[in-house]
Design a protein around this ligand. Structure first.
Ligand code: MLT
Length: 252
């Protein structure tokens, strides 16, 4: 069992698990941790090798992150729960839906995708993993924030991303890059998802094309697609109140 660092707010009400993306940690959900209604029990862990959570030895896959979270939710006595995953966190939500569909009351995908990596993307992941191991996360902190935001990010958004990314664990970054490269295609399972689903997509996302978000939402029976018109890839920071409102509506 991996002792994941867990940040919570409130210990009553329906549980909402917030899963961060790459190369980030729970602090990406700060606004939601502060502003979600007190009727919801919010749990925001750092994934293994991210933030303040340790990385166990050996390779890890997206399914391993999901297993860690199922164990965490057992420990927290949250048998059934809502879940929101940002980008890589969404890849983990798909794994949770495969591994424990009966435990998921509702799922939100925030700037995420069902498709796997292309061959070219897999090669880039290997380079990212090797560079992170050799140089640390500085090169990502320098290059990724600008790519992650829309045209006019609110003050502080770029700094928040840069701070979190520059503090990422090199080995954890490498492990996550390799895990994402190895993830399976989740599109064949979309039609079988039976819980309420929310797809939140940034209209100005340069990482996940709008057409992909639309196709993913269309593929999931009854899914609600919400466009964050002023956001790039990090709407929980760029349009925090909208994301908070939509997550509150899902988990109420
Ligand atoms: C993320 O935000 O988690 C990553 O951009 C996802 C990815 O690189 O596929």
């Amino acid at each position: 069992m991996i002792p994941l660092k867990l940040t919570t707010r409130n210990d009553k009400g329906p549980a909402l698990l917030l899963i961060h993306g790459f190369p980030l940690d729970h602090r990406i959900w700060q606004s939601q941790l502060e502003k979600l209604p007190f009727s919801i029990r919010v749990l925001a862990p750092d994934l293994r090798g991210c933030g303040a959570s340790p990385l166990p030895p050996g390779p890890c896959a997206i399914d391993d992150y999901a297993r860690d979270l199922l164990t965490l939710m057992n420990e927290q006595r949250a048998d059934k729960f809502y879940v929101a995953g940002h980008s890589m966190g969404g890849y983990i939500v798909f794994s949770l839906l495969r591994q424990a569909p009966g435990r998921i009351l509702g799922a939100a995908f925030v700037s995420s995708r069902a498709l796997p990596d292309t061959e070219e993307a897999r090669k880039t992941r290997q380079t990212v993993a090797q560079r992170a191991e050799l140089e640390g996360p500085g090169f990502l902190a320098d290059s990724m924030p600008a790519k992650a935001v829309g045209d006019s990010p609110a003050p502080g958004v770029l700094d928040t991303l840069k701070t979190i990314m520059s503090q990422a664990q090199p080995a954890g970054v490498a492990a996550a890059a390799r895990a994402m490269a190895g993830r399976i295609d989740s599109t064949p399972g979309l039609a079988r998802i039976s819980c309420p689903v929310l797809v939140l997509a940034g209209r100005q996302d340069k990482i996940i094309p709008a057409a992909e978000s639309e196709a993913m939402a269309k593929g999931i029976p009854g899914a609600k697609l919400v466009w964050c018109e002023r956001s790039g890839h990090v709407p929980m920071l760029e349009e925090a109140d909208l994301v908070t409102r939509e997550l509150a509506a899902l988990a109420k």
